[in-house]
Design a binder for this molecule. Structure first.
Ligand SMILES: Nc1nc2c(ncn2[C@@H]2O[C@H](COP(=O)(O)OP(=O)(O)OP(=O)(O)O)[C@@H](O)[C@H]2O)c(=O)[nH]1
Ligand SMILES: [Zn+2]
Length: 196
């Protein structure tokens, strides 16, 4: 009945796209929609593929290098795009992450900051948990002297419905080590997250 085939199928071994398509059709029908309507015929398949795409993480490998020069100042990647899905309404939240660390013996390939954010973002969750997981991952992979993650995001579940707070942004942060405990490093990091 549904001929539409997704162009991009994200990986998740336990996903059953055919069953998800049938379930999406049942949901839309239960909501009173007529799926024989021309524009809706392929919608269940698109819905299933879209939800799978939005909640599946691309795999990646962390590449680290020895900190040969003994670089000991802050490394920071700002304005990394965040696209995730809130676990309460399965609606997107979208924003940016700023990720920084104070290196110890290893440094991280710069692109891996963005890959790490994308990896953790692509699943239903809260912004708080996402922030903490990125910081935990960086800390366990690098054993740095400090880690900081700040995310600013708009949650569509409270902007396009419900509270209708269009433009309201939520800020979360996770700070470890010297970025949490040393006042100078902490304020340098937080100033950089504000664009200074
Ligand atoms: N702390 C936190 N809350 C979130 C996040 N994403 C969505 N929420 C909130 O989850 C809550 C769910 O509240 P409920 O009262 O169970 O759901 P609801 O009736 O749809 O609530 P409204 O959104 O106020 O209409 C809402 O307040 C959402 O704003 C998140 O990342 N972190
Ligand atoms: Zn929500």
């Amino acid at each position: 009945m549904h001929n539409w085939r997704p162009r991009v199928v994200a990986e998740r071994p336990t996903a059953d796209l055919a069953a998800a398509t049938d379930a999406a059709a049942a949901l839309l029908t239960a909501l009173g929609l007529d799926l024989t309507d021309e524009g809706l015929v392929e919608t269940p398949g698109r819905m299933a593929a879209t939800l799978l795409e939005m909640t599946s993480s691309p795999p990646f490998e962390l590449t680290t290098f020895p900190n040969d020069e003994g670089y000991d100042e802050l490394v920071m990647v700002r304005d990394i795009p965040v696209r995730s899905v809130c676990e309460h309404h399965v609606l997107p939240f979208v924003g940016v992450a700023h990720v920084g660390y104070l290196p110890g013996e290893r440094i991280l390939g710069l692109s891996k900051f963005a890959r790490m954010v994308e990896f953790h973002a692509r699943r239903p969750q809260t912004q708080e948990r996402l922030t903490k997981r990125i910081a935990d991952h960086l800390a366990s992979a690098l054993h740095p002297r400090g880690v900081g993650v700040v995310i600013h995001a708009e949650h569509t579940c409270m902007s396009i419905r419900g509270a209708l707070a269009v433009g309201a942004r939520t800020t979360t942060s996770a700070l470890f080590g010297l970025l949490r405990d040393d006042p100078r490093t902490r304020s340098e990091f937080l100033a950089l997250t504000r664009g200074a």
